[in-house]
Design a protein around this ligand. Structure first.
Ligand code: ZN
Length: 455
């Protein structure tokens, strides 16, 4: 199967960050076989004229909770403890394997519509359900279990020993890792340092190394966490992880808000990958030292976090927020520039997912993971600075088509890999059932007027 996309502004994100004006991309099966300006004599199966459009690598979301997709709206305008104990723990601990599958389908649907072709999922309860959803949706994912072996107040179904947590992850990895043409992969997960013993952390890292996969962990996300670490271990989270010897190039550290400058250097020295989630940061966590991390050459990437923490699982929105948040808190309008943000959302994301040889840039021999942007809209035109405008003025509705592994997952805004209507109907049904099983009550915040007949 050969597809030629021609006449586009092709933003490659290769090592020289070349952009081709009126460029073309030839896709052969799952790979890019030609890119740039070339004459094509051979016949192809499909030719798409992309005049006035932009082709760029598929976006990489380095932190998205697929299992929380059906919990969107459950955590608005509440403090962290209410969010966790009264909303999210009851919600997640009442999910079934089928719920996890439906939640993943709904999340993948949103990823595809927002131009994301690969993501890292930090941990739900059922890797089997998530794997099924990702396989069907046609995207790529690094899936992990939500792993905890200590901590007070956890729902009973989550009270596991270190051995149980490690065994289950190894079992999932053996079953699902590298399946579906390699699109579905399994990583090791650690929820947070509040709920993980040192023994679990060290042994998870050993297993991640053994299987040559990554380790995904929420790190130094709230002030309470570093205060808890100071009180119980006498040092902040990252210093402690460094002492345990787990900081490494296959360690994906999420949020990383509460770090000293010395801890930023620890990340740099061990080539730790950082997932920056600006919406979640603004909502509850605080401001990560992203400008400093970028200056130090740390591989910073972007993630959306889960639906109850952000509501929008949209990497296009998240690029935009990344462009604003650091300018705002530092009062420096020239930090974290558009080209740095495009790098974070593409090639850096692929590096963090340990897949920079496969995708994250458009290059001959790499996988055909790409998106076609149609900027012809009131919200995006004109394009005085077209590449920067992908960060500063693009909306996800401008993503016209999404291709992963050489297959169209969405074309002209029609999702092809999933039945959108069926996924949304299932999402509504399952979300209501989980909430009712979990007994989650939301306060009446607005006076609702019902028709007389419904009394
Ligand atoms: Zn998270």
């Amino acid at each position: 199967m050969k597809t030629l996309l021609k006449n586009a502004l092709v933003v490659t994100m290769n090592a020289n960050e070349e952009v081709y004006s009126e460029g073309s991309v030839l896709v052969e099966d799952d790979k890019i076989s030609k890119i740039g300006h070339f004459e094509l004599k051979e016949d192809v199966d499909e030719v798409i004229d992309c005049k006035g459009k932009i082709i760029m690598p598929g976006l990489v979301n380095t932190h998205v909770h697929t299992s929380q997709q059906l919990g969107r709206g459950l955590g608005d305008d509440v403090n962290l403890l209410t969010w966790l104990h009264d909303r999210i723990w009851p919600y997640e601990s009442n999910m079934t394997e089928e719920d996890s599958y439906v939640s993943t389908l709904a999340c993948c649907l949103e990823q595809i519509k927002c131009g994301c072709t690969a993501f890292a999922e930090p941990g739900g309860q059922y890797v089997s359900g998530m794997a099924r959803g990702v396989a069907e949706a046609g995207v790529r994912a690094k899936l992990a279990k939500s792993v905890m072996d200590c901590g007070e107040g956890l729902p009973e179904v989550w009270q596991k020993t270190t051995e149980e947590e490690l065994d289950k992850q190894e079992e999932d990895l053996k079953k699902f890792h590298n399946t579906h043409d390699g699109r579905v992969q399994v990583w090791f997960g650690l929820r947070t340092i509040f709920n993980c013993t040192d023994d679990l952390i060290v042994r998870s890292k050993e297993l991640a190394d053994k299987y040559n996969v990554g380790l995904h962990m929420h790190v130094a996300e709230v002030k309470d966490e570093v205060e808890y670490m100071q009180a119980t271990r006498g040092e902040w989270t990252v210093t402690h992880l460094n002492k345990l010897g787990v900081l490494d190039k296959n360690f994906l550290a999420v949020h990383t808000v509460w770090l000293t400058n010395e801890e930023v250097e620890m990340f740099r020295d061990h080539q730790v990958k950082v997932s920056h989630n600006p919406a979640a940061a603004m909502r509850v966590l605080g401001f990560a030292k992203v400008p400093r991390m970028l200056r130090e050459g740390i591989c910073v990437t972007i993630g959306t976090d889960g639906a109850p923490s952000n509501n929008r699982m949209d990497m296009v929105d998240e690029m935009y927020l990344t462009s604003l948040i650091h300018k705002g808190w530092r009062l420096e309008p020239d930090v974290v520039k558009a080209q740095e943000i495009l790098r974070m959302a593409t090639i850096n994301g692929a590096k963090a997912l340990m897949d920079e040889e496969l995708y994250g840039s458009l290059e001959v021999g790499k996988k055909a993971d790409l998106i076609v942007i149609n900027p012809d809209s009131a919200g995006m035109l004109p394009l005085h600075d077209p590449v920067a405008n992908l960060v500063t003025s693009m909306h996800s509705s401008n993503v016209e088509s999404t291709m992963c592994d050489g297959k169209w997952l969405m074309k002209d805004r029609i999702v092809l890999s999933l039945n959108e209507e069926e996924v949304l109907a299932a999402a509504k049904e399952h979300a209501a059932a989980i909430r009712s099983r979990a007994g989650i009550e939301l306060p009446d915040r607005f006076p609702v007027v019902y028709p007389m007949s419904s009394k």
